[in-house]
Design a binder for this molecule. Sequence first.
Ligand code: ARG
Length: 310
Amino acid sequence: MNEPEEFLLGLVVRLMIGECRCPTDVAMCLRGVCTTSGVGASPESRDDMFKMKKLLLVGVLCLAAAIGLSGCGGNQEAATSSSGGKVLKVGASVDFAPFEFQDEGQSEYQGFDMDLIRAIGKEMGYEVEISNIGFDGLIPALQAKNVDVLISGVTINDERKQNVDFSDPYYESGLTMVVREDEQNIKTFSDLKGKKIAVQIGTTSAKEAKKIEGAEVKELNTPADCFMELKNGGVDAVVNDRPVNDYYIHKSGQTGVKTLPERLTSEDYGIAVAKGNKELAEKINAALKKLKENGEYDKIFAKWFGEQKK
Ligand code: ARG
């Protein structure tokens, strides 16, 4: 407990045990001036009792406010787990294979990001606790301090840098598109003018698609919803991150759709921390550097993307 909290708690206790009966001046009492002045006064008087109750109420309210404020006031210390270790609370939108996804019947989240953040946590001496949060809710969750970091294929860009800080880049990505296999008219991004496009809400794909002249952009919750919409004929194309499109087509053996080679953008993924939390960003960067040096990063990379180094 910090000093103001201790003082307020002390005040409330003193009010409760009747030691402090500051008869009139609330401000004086709050300054602790009246510690003994009330002793010997006549507490039986209804008026005094009423004032005491009022003071007690003021004290309780102040204490509640002080505790509430310190709760919201950016306690940077890591939470502690049941086993007593430090916990790194991670937010991820678990809908983005091969970076973060969950196989049916499996409880563990898996993917490149999941392995990487677990390795980073281990390196930092933290237990990693991952929460699944929809992509457009990730930055708000970080700002509300519900989580300590985000790893979710989050592209580093200037717009986001106004709200969060990023680690060093850890993966080079970019946007491509997926169309139906029998699609004849769409071969490049310039063919998307006036077309219907599905994107995941809150992503760089959404931002880029909205720049395309005359395009009708449908913002859906997950890439899987976008691919479904494409297959059902609701849209003409899906714009999404290249490695995720490639994984969807090749690894998950999808038929009836294809991905086109043109890259609309080149983007770097970073791990996001709360704006100004330099200490945590530095710790993450140091861990990332170590994992790159000791070969652990390459191992995780090869597990999800094959041997070729990006
Ligand atoms: N890289 C894109 C962005 O930052 C998409 C990321 C989507 N991530 C996810 N886990 N669904 O906007």
